[in-house]
Design a protein around this ligand. Structure first.
Ligand code: SF4
Length: 215
């Protein structure tokens, strides 16, 4: 019998709210896969990485089968209708396969895959969406075709023309240079996002979970 596939999973948690993008404010569970190709996750290498603003711990984790993941999600699941699932990381498309996406798509009303765009997505059900926050990585161009873009302002503004030309919804999200959604530098980034909304019809994404102080 072939070995059972496992996924390296950092954490599974919820219920909480999706804080970003098209499903912002909607109840969901989170599956965070371990590992990223934009940063190795160590504090001492963050500043020189492609994502010096990254606030996520995606190192380590445990090896779980699809059955393990499904059981943990079922144990957390509240009775709410319309419950979604966020598949995030790290970079989830380093590990996600068609089987995982099919299982999540059948278990939840909607699924957001949060990717940096440098990997293609396996076949997915129609209710599994790709939210791409593009990142500049040496030798790893953005190749995914997302359902919407989330461009971090100002750090990843270089991707704005590409995102706008795609015809897909474009969210602009201010980065939090001082660690949270406050401070003069954050306010300047918010103003820059508002200017982009008025100039290009972008939508603003404000990381609602940080304002609500929820995971
Ligand atoms: S791609 Fe995402 S998870 Fe990876 S380092 Fe950048 S912000 Fe963090």
């Amino acid at each position: 019998m072939p070995p059972v596939r496992t996924y390296r999973v950092k954490e599974i948690f919820g219920p909480t709210l999706q804080g970003e993008g098209l499903h912002a404010g909607m109840p969901c569970l989170f599956v965070r896969l371990s590992g990223c190709n934009a940063w190795d996750g160590r504090a001492e290498t963050r500043a020189a990485s492609a994502c010096p603003y990254c606030d996520t711990d995606f190192r380590g984790g445990e090896a779980l089968t699809l059955a393990d993941i499904s059981a943990r999600l079922a144990a957390l699941r509240p009775p709410a209708n319309g419950l979604g699932c966020v598949l995030t990381g790290g970079e989830p498309l380093l590990q996600a396969d068609a089987e995982l996406l099919a299982a999540l798509g059948s278990a939840f009303a909607w699924v957001d895959i949060e990717t940096n765009g440098t990997r293609t997505c396996p076949p997915r059900p129609a209710n599994v969406f790709i939210s791409c926050s593009p990142k500049r990585l040496d030798g790893e161009p953005v190749i995914v075709e997302p359902d919407w873009w989330k461009v971090l302002i100002p750090d990843q503004q270089v991707f704005l023309p590409h995102a706008l030309a795609s015809g897909k919804p474009v969210f602009v999200q201010p980065t939090c240079p001082d660690g949270g959604p406050s401070g003069e530098r954050y306010q300047a980034n918010v103003r820059a996002c508002l200017d982009l909304c008025f100039a290009h019809g972008c939508r603003i994404s404000l990381q609602q979970h940080k304002y609500l102080a929820i995971p």
